[in-house]
Design a protein around this ligand. Structure first.
Ligand SMILES: [Zn+2]
Length: 171
């Protein structure tokens, strides 16, 4: 995979920021930087723990939004560009009723990342319960739930670039 392709994860940032990231990645220094900042992977490997963690954030900040029925890891989600997770609104006919359910799917690769980065993904997907588009209101809600949201998203995207070239950081 070539360098420009790896920087796809960072294509939404300014050329200056992309250049800084490229310099770190070319020197293989991004990994060490990320490990210093985030020494450990989270311990939310089970889907029960994942669901409860997401539900905890929702209860604190988005109590009035429609409930989430499921939060799962999904190994079929390929992380490219902006698709870090997936929020689906599933409608099914059950008997004579139309049942709608909110499900959050998180790419399986986030089983082995530090808690702050997983939290950023969940905050993002939870915000979609209220805001479908990635507009101003959407990011305002993300930052309300996680004040460090933008930095965490950058760090996560930097990790994805690192991972493509050098492999996983947290076991
Ligand atoms: Zn989104």
């Amino acid at each position: 995979m070539n360098n420009s392709k790896q920087l796809n994860y960072l294509s939404c940032y300014s050329p200056e920021v992309q250049q800084q990231a490229r310099t770190l990645l070319d020197a293989n220094k991004a990994g060490a930087w990320l490990l210093r900042k985030y020494p450990q992977a989270h311990e939310l490997g089970s889907e029960k723990a994942l669901y409860e963690y997401a539900q905890g954030i929702k209860n604190q900040y988005m109590r009035s939004s429609s409930p989430i029925s499921k939060v799962v890891y999904d190994d079929k989600i390929h992380v490219i560009n902006n698709a870090l997770g997936l929020h689906t609104y599933v409608s099914r006919v059950q008997g004579k009723k139309l049942k709608a359910k909110n499900e959050i799917r998180v790419s399986s690769l986030f089983r082995r990342v530090p808690e702050p980065l997983l939290r950023m993904i969940l905050v993002h997907e939870l915000a979609h319960l209220r805001e479908k588009e990635h507009g101003k209101a959407f990011y305002k809600l993300c930052c309300h739930m996680e004040p460090d949201y933008h930095q965490l998203e950058f760090d996560l995207r930097l990790y994805l670039c690192h991972r493509d070239r050098f492999g996983e950081l947290w076991e």
